[in-house]
Design a protein around this ligand. Structure first.
Ligand code: SF4
Length: 410
């Protein structure tokens, strides 16, 4: 962590651009030049206040955002190799966030939030600051969602969630643990709440290959690794996917002394994972098998010996920032001992569809309004649970929008 003098030095570099590219490429449009301007004037509290009012997700975003593709990578000074490292400033300011929330007088309105991941926490902090009485219902025994349960410690230290524990305490937010929506915690348990926010994230792993004993899913591998409960070592493992979950799985398995390949249908520049994660994965010796899509597992005497893959051809698509891929009909085999699929995540709507079918449109997605009024109650969906798997900054942005929407019903 930088000290105040180093942070001031970063702020001094900022040109205070009229049309700041850093802000344009920040998913939550942080007021970067204004924050840096406060720091230049030695107004640290004002800088922290402004950042916190804009987003309370900075402890997370400053560490997990893809800054190369966002503020840092688009700073006007990038070409001079002097791009402003706003994420370092954000890290510094957000360590004392718990000092800042001003709490409005209680408005006597109760809000229930299901899920204590970034979206749920973000809504909870903003609403409690506005005077709502907030209760969070979380299925596990800790806050943070994927930050606590799956993201490896080499990427995010869970101690950083302490600032959220402090905010929860300061704002009087009640957290109920071991409350699993649709299993031991149901719609009728929420009858005393006028506002209910669903922030359950995306917990279902997508898969493309037929289930077998040698085929694992990325989220399971990461959560078992967090519990130090993974016994795969000195094996050759293929990780399918090009996103952050795939990188996390590959880097976790590499640390367990496995030979790890990432098999991805596009090439490295077109992979959705954060640039930093890809660079670090390459440095750690992970091999990228690019432009290959999995076709089927190959067995010998009921034991997995390899994966058949199809070569993909990349094609430019004007409507997409990433190249698309086309099948070529050319197949090859890659030998392996295990395969881990990390090809995407879905929200689990099973229970919600049963109890609130009107919350969904004819295609099975949550209605685009993102809320449903039933009698005196209003249900909202937010974060990845509403928009599908995305990044932390987008989840925080949507949480902000949900809070604003809820305020309109006050
Ligand atoms: S683009 Fe760079 S120099 Fe310009 S306002 Fe943003 S951080 Fe400052």
């Amino acid at each position: 962590m930088m000290n105040i003098e180093e942070v001031k030095k970063i702020a001094q570099n900022c040109l205070n651009c009229k049309n700041p590219m850093c802000v344009q490429h920040c998913p939550i449009a942080n007021p970067i030049p204004q924050i840096l301007s406060f720091i230049k004037q030695d107004k640290i509290k004002e800088a922290s206040d402004l950042l916190f009012t804009h987003t309370n997700a900075s402890p997370i975003c400053s560490r997990l955002c893809d800054v190369e593709r966002q503020c840092f990578g688009n700073c006007i000074l990038k070409n001079r190799n002097q791009a402003v490292k706003f994420y370092e400033v954000e890290k510094f300011l957000s360590q004392s966030f718990y000092n800042y929330p001003s709490v409005n007088a209680s408005n006597q309105k109760d809000v229930a939030i299901i899920g204590a991941g970034i979206s749920g926490l973000s809504c909870a902090i903003d609403l409690a600051s506005c005077g709502y009485t907030v209760s969070i219902f979380e299925k596990s025994n800790q806050i943070g969602g994927v930050l606590a349960q799956t993201i490896p410690s080499f990427r995010f230290d869970t101690k950083l969630l302490d600032v959220y524990h402090q905010l929860i305490e300061k704002l009087g937010i009640q957290v109920y643990y071991h409350k699993e929506w649709g299993y031991n915690f149901f719609l009728e348990d929420l009858c005393n709440y006028k506002y209910i926010i669903m922030a359950l994230g995306t917990s279902l792993s997508k898969n493309v290959l037929h289930r077998n004993a040698y085929l694992l899913n990325g989220l399971d591998v990461l959560s078992q690794a967090k519990k130090q409960n993974i016994s795969i070592s000195k094996k050759k493992v293929l990780v399918i996917g090009g996103g952050n979950v795939a990188m996390d799985v590959a880097r976790t398995l590499k640390r367990l002394d496995n030979q790890v390949h990432i098999v991805y249908r596009r090439d490295i520049p077109n992979a959705p994972a954060n640039k930093k994660e890809i660079v670090e994965a390459l440095e750690e010796g992970i091999i990228f098998d690019e432009c290959l899509a999995p076709s089927k597992c190959i067995f010998e005497n009921h034991r997995l010996i390899g994966l058949e893959v199809e070569k993909m051809e990349l094609i430019t698509d004007e409507s997409s920032h990433r190249k698309m891929f086309k099948k070529t009909g050319q197949y090859q085999e890659i030998d392996c001992d295990y395969i881990v699929e990390a090809v995407g995540l879905d929200a689990d709507y099973t229970y919600l569809k049963k109890v609130l079918p009107d919350f969904f449109d004819e295609t099975g997605w949550i209605i685009k309004e993102g809320y449903l009024k039933i009698g005196q109650q209003i249900f909202f969906a937010t974060g990845d649970y509403f928009m599908g798997a995305s990044n932390f900054a987008n989840a925080a942005k949507l949480a902000k929008k949900t809070v604003k929407l809820l305020e309109e019903f006050k």
